[in-house]
Design a protein around this ligand. Structure first.
Ligand SMILES: CC(C)(COP(=O)(O)OP(=O)(O)OC[C@H]1O[C@@H](n2cnc3c(N)ncnc32)[C@H](O)[C@@H]1OP(=O)(O)O)[C@@H](O)C(=O)NCCC(=O)NCCS
Length: 189
């Protein structure tokens, strides 16, 4: 386990508690996604809409890292629903037993961001451990751009494995790697 920096406060929030933090999350998200490997400044309205939907989903959870009152990073996720479209636009099909969902099967890690000037200090590792520890699901999944080198290295270090890709560039969606990890994700950093 990473030893968290003593001057960084980490906390877990549910969807109701997260509501009050939407502005801070949006600002951090916009800052990170305005920089490579991401090619466009984040559309604030898109983030707000997505966050509004996600925080209402059953089991939504947010892990935050603050230095004083300043949010330096966060992670967010929720269990996949049996009707999820998560496994729908895959570039390589996976066996049905991999993509079949049932309650308690899969937790989706939908965001993990740390402000650039706060990186390489174990903040993402601590957020990752906090949000995934004690999950009741069998596994977790996430999508990440192939060009997101720092994230790719981090997830590889933490034991995630690539199972396929998803997205359809013909319809304006970038192609993402789909990563999976068996839970509990007990690791040595
Ligand atoms: C990915 C990200 C969250 C990592 O945040 P972080 O707080 O710097 O990560 P950590 O300090 O916990 O690093 C954990 C490990 O990841 C690897 N890693 C992280 N950044 C790396 C980099 N730039 N190059 C190589 N390896 C890197 C290292 O193995 C590191 O462990 P080490 O520092 O002991 O060697 C951060 O770079 C980020 O916000 N990137 C942009 C957003 C993004 O791509 N998020 C993922 C989308 S799913």
């Amino acid at each position: 386990m990473v030893v968290p920096r003593p001057d960084i406060r980490f906390q877990l929030l549910d969807g109701t508690q997260a509501t009050a933090h939407a502005d801070e999350l949006q600002a951090l998200h916009a800052e990170v996604y305005a920089n490579p490997p991401y090619t466009r400044a984040d559309d604030a309205a898109l983030f707000v809409d997505r966050f509004r939907v996600q925080r209402r989903q059953p089991g939504f959870v947010l892990a935050e890292a603050h230095h004083g009152d300043y949010m330096v990073g966060y992670a967010a996720g929720m269990p996949l629903r049996p009707s999820t479209s998560w496994w729908r636009d895959l570039t390589t099909q996976l066996p049905g037993e991999v993509t079949a969902e049932h309650p308690g099967r899969t937790f989706a890690l939908v965001d993990l961001l740390v402000r650039a000037s706060w990186r390489r200090q174990g903040i993402a590792a601590t957020l990752h451990d906090l949000i995934l520890s004690n999950r009741p699901e069998e596994r977790a999944t996430l999508i990440v751009l192939p060009a997101a080198t720092a994230a790719q290295k981090a997830f590889q270090k933490w034991g995630w494995r690539k199972v396929t890709r998803t997205g359809d560039p013909r319809h304006g969606s970038p192609v993402f790697d789909v990563l999976v990890i068996t839970l509990p994700a007990i690791r040595e950093h």
